[in-house]
Write a protein that binds this ligand. Structure first.
Ligand SMILES: C[S@@+](CC[C@H](N)C(=O)[O-])C[C@H]1O[C@@H](n2cnc3c(N)ncnc32)[C@H](O)[C@@H]1O
Ligand SMILES: [Zn+2]
Length: 186
């Protein structure tokens, strides 16, 4: 997969394809799981009905709550293009300046956010003290304890990519059937 827009100005890049599902299942429901992947307060990572692992609220969360920054090793676009991402589950998030965060390296629980067509969270770009773009994950509306957190991947992909590779199973009444960007996304 390739580049995809979440919020105006912030892009989510995901280059994994069919191997994603197989790899996600390998995580299994280990009791150690949350210790390993739940690095942020207020949320937990566990098996999702949507896909593999997902992020869930541990308590009622209000609208506008800060969940955490999307962390990961930072690559330039050129560096990312030299890496083969096809053989494993990837956690790539592209920023508006062309850099890419790889949540698989140095990432936190936010890398397990699944896509929803009617999401309850959004990724917002901001600058840190050194001027670097960072991504805040925030709730868009209140989320009850136990609810799954989601963002709209709004993927944009190469022309030759097949929409069948990006089918959505978010289950929302407003599901557009694909994780690709909707007509109103920019
Ligand atoms: C960064 S992973 C999301 C976290 C993942 N569930 C895990 O186990 O870590 C992104 C991948 O999850 C899958 N995914 C996320 N949301 C989905 C949805 N609504 N429908 C189908 N697959 C989804 C897709 O394969 C997507 O490329
Ligand atoms: Zn959907």
């Amino acid at each position: 997969m390739d580049t995809d827009l979440l919020e105006p100005g912030s892009t989510h890049v995901d280059r994994e394809r069919k191997l994603h599902h197989a790899n996600a299942r390998k995580h299994g429901p280990s009791p150690m799981l949350n210790l390993l992947v739940n690095s942020l307060p207020g949320i937990e990572v566990r098996i999702s009905n949507v896909h593999g692992l997902g992020v869930f609220a541990l308590c009622d969360l209000p609208a506008g709550a800060f969940i955490g920054h999307y962390e990961g090793q930072r690559f330039s676009e050129a560096q990312a293009n030299r890496i083969s991402w096809d053989n494993r589950l990837t956690y790539l998030f592209g920023l508006s300046d062309g850099t890419i965060l790889d949540g698989a390296r140095g990432g936190n629980a936010t890398r397990h956010l699944n896509h929803a067509c009617d999401p309850n969270c959004e990724a917002v770009e901001e600058r840190d003290g050194s001027g670097k773009i960072v991504l805040r994950i925030e709730t868009m509306r209140p989320i009850a304890a136990g609810g799954e957190l989601s963002i709209d991947y709004a993927l944009t992909v190469d022309d030759e990519a097949s929409p069948a590779d990006y089918m959505c199973s978010c289950g929302s009444a407003r599901c557009r059937g694909t994780m690709l960007a909707g007509a109103s996304s920019n």
